[in-house]
Design a protein around this ligand. Sequence first.
Ligand code: DON
Length: 343
Amino acid sequence: METDVAGVRQAVSTGRLPAWDRVEALVAAAYGRYRGHGAGAVADYIPVLAEADPGLFGVVVAEVAGDMHAAGAADVEFTIQSISKAFVYALVCDQLGHDVVRDRVGVDNTGLPFDSVIAMELNDGHPMNPMVNAGALATTALMPAASPDERWERIRSGLSRFAGRPLDIDTTVFRSESATNHRNRALAQLLESYGRIDIDPLRVVDVYTRQCALRVSARDIAVMGATLADGGVNPVTGERVVTPAVCRDTLSVLAATGMYERSGEWLFEIGLPAKSGVSGGIVAVAPGKGAIGTFSPPLDSAGNSVRGQRAVAYLSRTLGLNVFASEVHPPTVPPTTQRSGTA
Ligand code: DON
Protein backbone atom coordinates (compact mmCIF):
# COMPACT_ATOMS: atom_id res chain seq x y z
CA MET A 1 0.00 0.00 0.00
CA GLU A 2 1.23 3.53 -0.82
CA THR A 3 1.59 5.36 2.49
CA ASP A 4 4.17 7.99 1.57
CA VAL A 5 3.36 11.30 3.24
CA ALA A 6 6.89 12.70 3.03
CA GLY A 7 7.08 16.41 3.67
CA VAL A 8 3.74 16.49 5.43
CA ARG A 9 4.02 17.40 9.11
CA GLN A 10 1.81 15.01 11.08
CA ALA A 11 -0.34 16.65 13.73
CA VAL A 12 -1.19 14.79 16.95
CA SER A 13 -4.45 15.30 18.82
CA THR A 14 -5.35 13.55 22.07
CA GLY A 15 -7.57 14.27 25.07
CA ARG A 16 -6.87 14.10 28.80
CA LEU A 17 -7.57 11.59 31.54
CA PRO A 18 -10.11 12.59 34.21
CA ALA A 19 -8.82 14.19 37.45
CA TRP A 20 -6.39 12.19 39.64
CA ASP A 21 -8.91 11.22 42.35
CA ARG A 22 -11.45 10.06 39.77
CA VAL A 23 -8.85 7.76 38.14
CA GLU A 24 -7.85 6.51 41.59
CA ALA A 25 -11.47 5.67 42.46
CA LEU A 26 -12.14 3.91 39.16
CA VAL A 27 -9.00 1.73 39.43
CA ALA A 28 -10.16 0.66 42.92
CA ALA A 29 -13.66 0.03 41.53
CA ALA A 30 -12.32 -2.09 38.64
CA TYR A 31 -10.41 -4.23 41.14
CA GLY A 32 -13.42 -4.55 43.46
CA ARG A 33 -15.84 -5.48 40.68
CA TYR A 34 -13.79 -8.33 39.21
CA ARG A 35 -11.58 -9.76 41.96
CA GLY A 36 -14.22 -12.39 42.78
CA HIS A 37 -14.69 -13.37 39.14
CA GLY A 38 -13.71 -17.02 38.81
CA ALA A 39 -13.84 -17.90 35.07
CA GLY A 40 -10.86 -19.02 32.98
CA ALA A 41 -8.00 -21.50 33.34
CA VAL A 42 -4.33 -20.95 34.18
CA ALA A 43 -1.97 -21.78 31.24
CA ASP A 44 -0.26 -25.14 31.60
CA TYR A 45 1.44 -25.78 28.23
CA ILE A 46 4.54 -24.26 29.82
CA PRO A 47 4.57 -26.68 32.78
CA VAL A 48 5.66 -24.32 35.58
CA LEU A 49 2.97 -21.74 34.69
CA ALA A 50 0.35 -24.22 35.95
CA GLU A 51 1.56 -23.44 39.49
CA ALA A 52 0.35 -19.80 39.31
CA ASP A 53 -2.17 -18.68 41.94
CA PRO A 54 -5.47 -18.19 40.07
CA GLY A 55 -6.68 -15.73 42.73
CA LEU A 56 -4.00 -13.10 42.02
CA PHE A 57 -5.35 -9.89 40.49
CA GLY A 58 -3.72 -6.50 40.07
CA VAL A 59 -4.83 -3.36 38.22
CA VAL A 60 -2.64 -0.31 37.50
CA VAL A 61 -3.12 2.87 35.48
CA ALA A 62 0.04 4.82 34.60
CA GLU A 63 -0.56 8.35 33.37
CA VAL A 64 1.69 10.06 30.82
CA ALA A 65 2.27 12.69 33.53
CA GLY A 66 3.93 9.93 35.60
CA ASP A 67 1.13 9.52 38.17
CA MET A 68 0.31 5.92 39.11
CA HIS A 69 -2.93 4.34 40.38
CA ALA A 70 -2.79 0.76 41.67
CA ALA A 71 -5.09 -1.80 43.27
CA GLY A 72 -4.57 -5.43 44.33
CA ALA A 73 -1.47 -7.43 43.30
CA ALA A 74 0.09 -4.52 41.42
CA ASP A 75 3.66 -5.46 42.37
CA VAL A 76 3.53 -9.25 42.18
CA GLU A 77 5.96 -10.42 39.50
CA PHE A 78 5.08 -12.75 36.64
CA THR A 79 6.78 -13.52 33.33
CA ILE A 80 6.07 -11.03 30.58
CA GLN A 81 5.57 -13.72 27.87
CA SER A 82 3.90 -12.40 24.71
CA ILE A 83 3.70 -8.84 26.02
CA SER A 84 7.45 -8.73 25.28
CA LYS A 85 6.59 -9.02 21.55
CA ALA A 86 5.15 -5.50 21.48
CA PHE A 87 8.23 -3.89 23.02
CA VAL A 88 10.81 -5.92 21.08
CA TYR A 89 8.91 -4.93 17.94
CA ALA A 90 9.19 -1.26 18.97
CA LEU A 91 12.93 -1.60 19.62
CA VAL A 92 13.51 -3.32 16.26
CA CYS A 93 11.40 -0.70 14.42
CA ASP A 94 13.50 1.96 16.12
CA GLN A 95 16.65 0.32 14.76
CA LEU A 96 15.51 -0.71 11.27
CA GLY A 97 12.61 1.60 10.39
CA HIS A 98 8.98 1.27 9.41
CA ASP A 99 9.39 -0.23 5.92
CA VAL A 100 11.89 -3.00 6.67
CA VAL A 101 9.87 -4.37 9.53
CA ARG A 102 6.55 -4.06 7.69
CA ASP A 103 7.89 -6.02 4.73
CA ARG A 104 9.83 -8.65 6.67
CA VAL A 105 7.34 -9.33 9.45
CA GLY A 106 3.98 -7.89 8.33
CA VAL A 107 1.17 -6.07 10.14
CA ASP A 108 -1.96 -8.11 9.33
CA ASN A 109 -3.97 -10.40 11.57
CA THR A 110 -3.79 -14.12 10.85
CA GLY A 111 -7.23 -14.87 12.35
CA LEU A 112 -5.57 -17.97 13.80
CA PRO A 113 -4.10 -18.87 17.23
CA PHE A 114 -0.80 -17.30 18.33
CA ASP A 115 1.26 -20.46 17.78
CA SER A 116 -0.29 -21.43 14.43
CA VAL A 117 1.90 -23.21 11.88
CA ILE A 118 -0.92 -23.24 9.31
CA ALA A 119 -1.00 -19.41 9.28
CA MET A 120 2.57 -19.34 8.00
CA GLU A 121 2.00 -22.13 5.49
CA LEU A 122 -1.10 -20.38 4.14
CA ASN A 123 0.89 -17.19 3.59
CA ASP A 124 3.88 -18.52 1.70
CA GLY A 125 6.04 -18.62 4.80
CA HIS A 126 5.30 -15.01 5.73
CA PRO A 127 4.89 -14.62 9.50
CA MET A 128 2.10 -12.01 8.93
CA ASN A 129 2.55 -9.96 12.12
CA PRO A 130 4.97 -9.54 15.04
CA MET A 131 2.47 -10.55 17.78
CA VAL A 132 2.06 -14.21 16.78
CA ASN A 133 4.94 -16.50 17.69
CA ALA A 134 6.23 -16.83 14.10
CA GLY A 135 6.37 -13.06 13.64
CA ALA A 136 7.85 -12.51 17.09
CA LEU A 137 10.64 -14.99 16.31
CA ALA A 138 11.29 -13.19 13.01
CA THR A 139 11.33 -9.84 14.86
CA THR A 140 13.75 -11.05 17.54
CA ALA A 141 16.01 -12.33 14.73
CA LEU A 142 16.01 -8.83 13.19
CA MET A 143 17.44 -7.14 16.31
CA PRO A 144 20.87 -6.03 15.06
CA ALA A 145 23.64 -7.79 17.02
CA ALA A 146 26.95 -9.56 16.41
CA SER A 147 26.01 -12.54 18.59
CA PRO A 148 22.99 -14.14 20.34
CA ASP A 149 24.35 -12.86 23.68
CA GLU A 150 24.49 -9.30 22.38
CA ARG A 151 20.97 -9.69 20.88
CA TRP A 152 19.64 -10.87 24.25
CA GLU A 153 21.38 -8.05 26.12
CA ARG A 154 19.99 -5.41 23.73
CA ILE A 155 16.48 -6.80 24.20
CA ARG A 156 16.80 -7.08 28.00
CA SER A 157 18.17 -3.57 28.37
CA GLY A 158 15.64 -2.12 25.91
CA LEU A 159 12.67 -3.68 27.74
CA SER A 160 14.18 -2.45 31.03
CA ARG A 161 14.24 1.12 29.68
CA PHE A 162 10.54 0.78 28.83
CA ALA A 163 9.87 -0.41 32.40
CA GLY A 164 12.19 2.13 34.01
CA ARG A 165 14.06 -0.48 36.05
CA PRO A 166 16.39 -3.42 35.32
CA LEU A 167 14.33 -6.50 34.40
CA ASP A 168 15.65 -9.97 35.27
CA ILE A 169 14.92 -13.38 33.87
CA ASP A 170 12.90 -16.01 35.75
CA THR A 171 15.21 -18.97 35.25
CA THR A 172 12.62 -21.54 36.37
CA VAL A 173 10.13 -20.41 33.72
CA PHE A 174 12.90 -20.09 31.12
CA ARG A 175 14.04 -23.67 31.75
CA SER A 176 10.48 -25.02 31.82
CA GLU A 177 9.64 -23.36 28.48
CA SER A 178 13.00 -24.27 26.91
CA ALA A 179 12.41 -27.93 27.70
CA THR A 180 8.98 -27.96 26.03
CA ASN A 181 8.97 -25.34 23.22
CA HIS A 182 9.08 -27.81 20.33
CA ARG A 183 6.46 -25.83 18.46
CA ASN A 184 8.46 -22.60 18.54
CA ARG A 185 11.51 -24.49 17.32
CA ALA A 186 9.40 -25.84 14.43
CA LEU A 187 8.17 -22.32 13.61
CA ALA A 188 11.74 -20.93 13.64
CA GLN A 189 12.98 -23.72 11.39
CA LEU A 190 10.07 -23.14 9.01
CA LEU A 191 10.98 -19.44 8.93
CA GLU A 192 14.53 -20.42 8.01
CA SER A 193 13.29 -22.81 5.31
CA TYR A 194 11.33 -19.95 3.73
CA GLY A 195 14.36 -17.64 3.93
CA ARG A 196 12.62 -15.40 6.46
CA ILE A 197 15.44 -15.57 9.00
CA ASP A 198 19.10 -15.84 8.15
CA ILE A 199 20.65 -16.69 11.52
CA ASP A 200 20.60 -19.96 13.51
CA PRO A 201 16.87 -20.55 14.19
CA LEU A 202 17.41 -22.43 17.46
CA ARG A 203 19.49 -19.59 18.88
CA VAL A 204 16.68 -17.22 17.90
CA VAL A 205 14.25 -19.42 19.86
CA ASP A 206 16.60 -19.28 22.84
CA VAL A 207 16.69 -15.44 22.86
CA TYR A 208 12.91 -15.28 22.29
CA THR A 209 12.30 -17.69 25.19
CA ARG A 210 14.52 -15.53 27.42
CA GLN A 211 12.64 -12.36 26.48
CA CYS A 212 9.34 -14.10 27.34
CA ALA A 213 10.74 -15.12 30.77
CA LEU A 214 11.54 -11.57 31.93
CA ARG A 215 9.87 -10.82 35.27
CA VAL A 216 7.50 -7.84 35.38
CA SER A 217 4.57 -6.63 37.51
CA ALA A 218 1.28 -5.01 36.48
CA ARG A 219 2.93 -1.72 37.48
CA ASP A 220 5.86 -2.39 35.14
CA ILE A 221 3.70 -3.18 32.13
CA ALA A 222 1.56 -0.10 32.80
CA VAL A 223 4.73 2.05 32.71
CA MET A 224 5.91 0.24 29.56
CA GLY A 225 2.54 0.94 27.92
CA ALA A 226 2.54 4.54 29.13
CA THR A 227 5.91 4.99 27.39
CA LEU A 228 4.19 4.04 24.11
CA ALA A 229 1.35 6.45 25.03
CA ASP A 230 3.87 9.23 25.71
CA GLY A 231 5.55 9.38 22.30
CA GLY A 232 8.32 7.03 23.44
CA VAL A 233 9.43 8.83 26.62
CA ASN A 234 9.15 6.84 29.86
CA PRO A 235 6.86 9.06 31.99
CA VAL A 236 8.50 7.93 35.26
CA THR A 237 12.21 8.14 34.35
CA GLY A 238 11.93 10.80 31.64
CA GLU A 239 14.18 8.71 29.37
CA ARG A 240 13.43 8.60 25.65
CA VAL A 241 13.23 4.92 24.67
CA VAL A 242 11.90 5.06 21.07
CA THR A 243 10.62 7.73 18.68
CA PRO A 244 7.00 8.92 18.43
CA ALA A 245 6.77 7.31 14.96
CA VAL A 246 7.75 3.93 16.43
CA CYS A 247 5.03 4.28 19.10
CA ARG A 248 2.44 4.99 16.41
CA ASP A 249 3.55 1.96 14.35
CA THR A 250 3.59 -0.31 17.39
CA LEU A 251 0.16 0.76 18.62
CA SER A 252 -1.43 0.29 15.20
CA VAL A 253 -0.03 -3.26 15.05
CA LEU A 254 -1.34 -3.92 18.57
CA ALA A 255 -4.79 -2.68 17.58
CA ALA A 256 -4.89 -5.08 14.62
CA THR A 257 -3.23 -8.11 16.19
CA GLY A 258 -2.44 -7.71 19.93
CA MET A 259 -5.28 -9.87 21.20
CA TYR A 260 -4.73 -12.56 18.53
CA GLU A 261 -7.84 -13.90 16.78
CA ARG A 262 -9.97 -11.89 19.24
CA SER A 263 -8.43 -8.56 18.18
CA GLY A 264 -11.47 -7.40 16.19
CA GLU A 265 -13.88 -8.20 19.01
CA TRP A 266 -11.54 -6.51 21.51
CA LEU A 267 -11.38 -3.30 19.44
CA PHE A 268 -15.15 -3.36 19.00
CA GLU A 269 -15.80 -3.71 22.74
CA ILE A 270 -12.87 -1.82 24.25
CA GLY A 271 -11.32 0.33 21.53
CA LEU A 272 -7.69 0.31 22.72
CA PRO A 273 -4.47 -1.16 21.33
CA ALA A 274 -3.46 -3.92 23.74
CA LYS A 275 -1.26 -6.97 24.24
CA SER A 276 -1.76 -10.03 26.40
CA GLY A 277 0.55 -12.77 27.66
CA VAL A 278 -0.08 -16.35 28.81
CA SER A 279 1.11 -15.63 32.36
CA GLY A 280 -1.98 -13.43 32.73
CA GLY A 281 -0.75 -9.92 31.95
CA ILE A 282 -2.53 -7.39 29.71
CA VAL A 283 -1.30 -3.94 28.76
CA ALA A 284 -3.73 -1.54 27.03
CA VAL A 285 -2.58 1.84 25.76
CA ALA A 286 -4.53 5.11 25.46
CA PRO A 287 -2.33 7.30 23.20
CA GLY A 288 -1.48 10.64 24.77
CA LYS A 289 -3.16 9.67 28.07
CA GLY A 290 -1.56 6.61 29.66
CA ALA A 291 -1.82 2.85 29.94
CA ILE A 292 -3.55 0.13 31.93
CA GLY A 293 -1.58 -2.88 33.20
CA THR A 294 -3.44 -5.86 34.65
CA PHE A 295 -2.36 -9.23 36.01
CA SER A 296 -4.58 -12.23 36.66
CA PRO A 297 -3.52 -15.75 35.59
CA PRO A 298 -6.81 -17.42 34.50
CA LEU A 299 -7.16 -17.17 30.69
CA ASP A 300 -9.89 -17.62 28.09
CA SER A 301 -9.53 -20.03 25.16
CA ALA A 302 -7.53 -17.50 23.08
CA GLY A 303 -4.97 -17.05 25.88
CA ASN A 304 -6.19 -13.67 27.19
CA SER A 305 -6.65 -13.02 30.95
CA VAL A 306 -10.35 -13.11 31.83
CA ARG A 307 -10.30 -10.68 34.80
CA GLY A 308 -7.83 -8.44 32.96
CA GLN A 309 -10.12 -8.10 29.94
CA ARG A 310 -13.03 -7.16 32.18
CA ALA A 311 -11.03 -4.63 34.16
CA VAL A 312 -9.69 -2.99 30.98
CA ALA A 313 -13.18 -2.88 29.46
CA TYR A 314 -14.51 -1.19 32.61
CA LEU A 315 -11.69 1.35 32.72
CA SER A 316 -11.84 2.08 28.98
CA ARG A 317 -15.53 2.93 29.33
CA THR A 318 -15.43 4.83 32.62
CA LEU A 319 -12.22 6.77 31.87
CA GLY A 320 -13.36 7.53 28.30
CA LEU A 321 -10.39 5.85 26.62
CA ASN A 322 -11.94 4.21 23.53
CA VAL A 323 -9.96 5.70 20.62
CA PHE A 324 -12.96 5.39 18.29
CA ALA A 325 -15.48 7.17 20.52
CA SER A 326 -16.62 10.72 19.85
CA GLU A 327 -19.43 13.09 20.76
CA VAL A 328 -21.08 15.85 18.77
CA HIS A 329 -18.85 18.88 18.98
CA PRO A 330 -20.65 21.76 20.74
CA PRO A 331 -21.60 24.20 17.94
CA THR A 332 -19.77 27.51 18.26
CA VAL A 333 -22.08 29.28 15.81
CA PRO A 334 -25.91 28.94 16.08
CA PRO A 335 -27.22 26.71 13.23
CA THR A 336 -29.54 29.48 11.88
CA THR A 337 -26.60 31.89 11.48
CA GLN A 338 -24.61 29.15 9.78
CA ARG A 339 -27.42 28.53 7.29
CA SER A 340 -27.94 32.20 6.40
CA GLY A 341 -24.17 32.71 6.21
CA THR A 342 -23.75 29.99 3.59
CA ALA A 343 -26.91 30.80 1.53
O1 DON B 1 6.03 -18.64 22.92
C1 DON B 1 5.15 -18.87 23.73
O2 DON B 1 4.28 -19.69 23.50
C2 DON B 1 5.12 -18.09 25.02
N1 DON B 1 6.47 -17.79 25.44
C3 DON B 1 4.36 -16.81 24.87
C4 DON B 1 2.95 -17.02 24.36
C5 DON B 1 1.98 -16.02 24.86
O3 DON B 1 2.20 -15.31 25.82
C6 DON B 1 0.69 -15.99 24.17
N2 DON B 1 -0.21 -15.08 24.86
N3 DON B 1 -1.32 -14.94 25.04
